[in-house]
Design a protein around this ligand. Structure first.
Ligand code: ADP
Length: 396
């Protein structure tokens, strides 16, 4: 490892910051680290099974292997000073021996362990003193009558969620009766599931938080996320919520990363329920879709922040550089091989629009193909801007 100096504001820090970061996963979250890596003078090496994945184009080297292939991560580590993650579909048990050999994972495997399963996550949030929806679990072999009795106080409807590997609402279902719940569970293949109370939320909120290896914590503004069919369609930054709500969300985020002794960036999703009741829905131990606006609207993007945190550099400031921003996800709406060049150029022509196009070869319904963020002054109309963006991308 070379000795290096780097500049933080006016301060040049001398020392041994890490210079080669391994990322498990090669999707758009790794791809969007490119600018931050360049600014910090870092090299990225990615582990991904598909050479057509977005991050392959920006990586200095690639380990071509599935993300859960721990032996491949061992090879990745030989080339890198630290290993981080762009998705959580990893095999922690298989990675543990690598950590024991001294390979540095950030976030640490012990901080990730309670976050990879939705039930463990709920328990972790409870242990950290953070409110979340009430829940019970249903596992194969359990007596359904007992589970039904345990779930009775949660009322109807209920939300059934697969405990692991769910994303973008896949594996999450709302059910209105016990027979419906059982039928849905059977359709799912009777996996281990979480059954939780349905929260009649007024808004869904999210926040990105970063914690450095020295314990420094930086919290980004609280944003509103809006989902369509349980998939995030748009993000409004900052959320139109009161100061106390902003402050409580920031406190929750700080509490969790400190509770976990977490190093890196983490996304927290919350429900704002009637009576200003805040409940944590979910935690993503990585950069997150609700933080994409930071690329164009904050002093330090979540991607650069992740690299700063995991490579031992001081964190950057998280303030917004504009009054407001809206981010709209460009989700696939058809199965096609299409570069959407014309619509992309029309989106990019909108004043203050910043288009990120992930360069995926194929479109499928629901696939995240890109996003567009519009930076705004306070006087601009959020709803009209969203409508303008969506009218260009989404078929009527
Ligand atoms: P995923 O991990 O697939 O993103 P989530 O748990 O975030 O799944 O659920 C996806 C969406 O489903 C949420 O953004 C929210 O709109 C809705 N949802 C999830 N849990 C609940 C709940 N307990 N009450 C009401 N809506 C919920």
């Amino acid at each position: 490892m070379k000795r290096a100096s780097f500049r933080y504001g006016e301060v040049v820090v001398l020392g041994l910051p890490m210079e080669r970061v391994g990322i498990i996963g090669g999707g758009q979250l790794a791809w969007m680290m490119a600018a931050g890596a360049q600014r910090l003078g870092l090299d990225l090496v990615v582990q991904t099974p598909h050479l057509e994945d977005p991050a392959v184009a920006i990586a200095q080297a690639v380990i071509q292997a599935p993300v859960a292939d721990a032996a491949a991560t061992g090879r990745l580590a030989q080339q890198c000073d630290v290993i981080s993650f762009e998705n959580e579909f990893v095999d922690l048990a298989a990675l543990a021996p690598l950590a024991e050999q001294g390979i540095v994972f950030r976030p640490q495997l012990t901080a990730l362990a309670p976050l990879l399963d939705k039930y463990d996550q709920r328990q972790c949030l409870q242990a950290a003193g953070l409110p979340n929806p009430r829940y019970v679990t249903l596992s194969p072999g359990q007596n359904p009558a007992e589970v039904e009795a345990a779930a009775a106080p949660l009322g109807w409807p209920l939300v059934v969620k697969t405990r692991r590997l769910g994303y973008d609402g896949q594996g999450t279902f709302v059910v209105k009766t016990w027979p419906q719940l059982q039928a849905r569970w059977e359709q799912m293949g009777c996996p281990e599931v979480l059954i939780e109370e349905f929260i009649p939320f007024e808004k869904e909120l999210a926040v990105m938080v970063a914690r450095g290896s020295d314990g420094q914590v930086v919290v980004y503004p609280t944003v509103e996320t809006q989902q369509v069919n349980q998939v995030c369609r748009r993000v409004i930054a900052p959320a139109a919520v009161s100061e106390p709500i902003q402050a409580t969300v920031a406190r929750f985020a700080r509490t969790l990363v400190e509770h976990l002794d977490y190093v890196g960036v983490l996304g927290m999703e919350l429900f704002l329920a009637p009576g200003d009741r805040l409940l944590v829905n979910e935690v993503a131990p990585r950069t997150h879709n609700s933080g994409h606006y930071t690329l164009d609207a904050c002093e330090t993007s979540q991607f650069e922040q992740q690299l700063r945190a995991v490579s031992g550099r001081p964190l950057g400031p998280a303030g917004m550089t504009c009054d407001r921003a809206v981010m709209v996800n460009l989700l696939g709406f058809e199965t096609a091989h299409h570069d959407y060049g014309e619509v992309r150029s029309r989106l990019a022509q909108i004043p203050n629009a910043h288009l990120s196009w992930y360069g995926k070869a194929a479109s499928r319904p629901g696939r995240k193909l890109g996003h567009v963020t519009v930076t705004m002054i306070a006087a601009m109309d959020v709803a009209a801007t969203i409508a303008q963006l969506e009218a260009l991308w989404y078929p009527a």
